[in-house]
Design a protein around this ligand. Sequence first.
Ligand SMILES: NC(=O)C1=CN([C@@H]2O[C@H](COP(=O)(O)OP(=O)(O)OC[C@H]3O[C@@H](n4cnc5c(N)ncnc54)[C@H](O)[C@@H]3O)[C@@H](O)[C@H]2O)C=CC1
Ligand SMILES: O=C(CO)COP(=O)(O)O
Length: 333
Amino acid sequence: MKAGIIGSGSWATALAKILTDNGNQISWWIRNEDTIRYMQLRHHNRHYLTSVYFDTNLVKLSSHLEEVVAASDVLVLAVPSAFLEDVMLQLSPEALQGKKVVNAVKGLVPGSNLLINDYLSDIFDLPLEQYYAITGPCHAEEVANEKLSYLTFSGLQEAAAQSIADMFTNSYLQTIVNRDVIGVQLAAVLKNIYALGAGIAHGLEYGDNFLSVYITNCFREMQQFLDVYGKDHTEAGTHNYNASAYLGDLLVTCYSLHSRNRTFGNMIGKGYSVKAAQLELNMIAEGYYASKSLFEKNMEVGAYMPVAQAVYTILWQHLNPREAFLALEKGFI
Ligand SMILES: NC(=O)C1=CN([C@@H]2O[C@H](COP(=O)(O)OP(=O)(O)OC[C@H]3O[C@@H](n4cnc5c(N)ncnc54)[C@H](O)[C@@H]3O)[C@@H](O)[C@H]2O)C=CC1
Ligand SMILES: O=C(CO)COP(=O)(O)O
């Protein structure tokens, strides 16, 4: 199978490293021509994971999206959710026919608040059977350093999910395959919101004892949301909440200093405005967009989500973080 990658941030670069380390030839869509020229000359991405060097014989770089999509059987999406629509709308509605689309984006489409599979189904008529999700606790920075990591590949077609996973499996990357393609995506969206909240707590100088209680309550809230959501969306299936795509990713994103969401939240807890935190981070904290999308989505779902709601209200309605956390403290078990 010929693989294509869409995006050039940290995660796209990490996934390109894994695929090329395994000897796969890839087509790689990079938006910026200067970044392409730099990579052709210096063999690494000048902005993200700069220590990762590529065998340029294995990498075909292009800023023409249609070209990359046409050359690929398996297309990996790794553009932050906020830009995904702009990127995908460059394609014709037939462009994804017959392709396997692998979503590595941990977010909903802002505005419509759709899961990526629902968005691709609406715009490109992509059946869920051709759609896969990559999730799991895995920071791009640790992939760059080849620290042992685990990724989960989910899809209704388990044999195809397995063959995609096999393209990524190597000595530093273990893969897990399941059919829970909706649940793992929602868990990934939620954990970004909770990690941002963990950062806020840290910025407010709560300690490790509180953080463990906070995460426990977030984990329960995540399950409650998925349980209620699943009642109206039977395709959501059953979820193994103790698997690494659920609990593991929640833990790593809340605790790791690599986490963009935690770092962003930490600044908010310390009193930065959203604008100032965005400028300082200079990377994407998906939890910021997800908190709004999820808040709106939950108006229909109706799950009890005090933590996600508090994060939304702090970021989007200017609620004082200290007051929000004082209110949360009382409800934790
Ligand atoms: N970084 C990580 O460790 C992981 C990230 N992810 C997910 O991967 C997705 C991508 O995130 P990262 O690579 O971390 O982001 P990043 O912050 O490292 O990179 C941002 C990317 O957005 C691009 N960009 C900026 N403005 C744009 C525009 N107007 N149109 C199109 N592209 C634009 C930049 O060129 C860059 O490629 C997110 O959904 C994230 O949750 C998932 C697992 C791990
Ligand atoms: O999804 C991730 C780790 O599994 C990355 O999280 P951050 O975007 O918070 O860095």
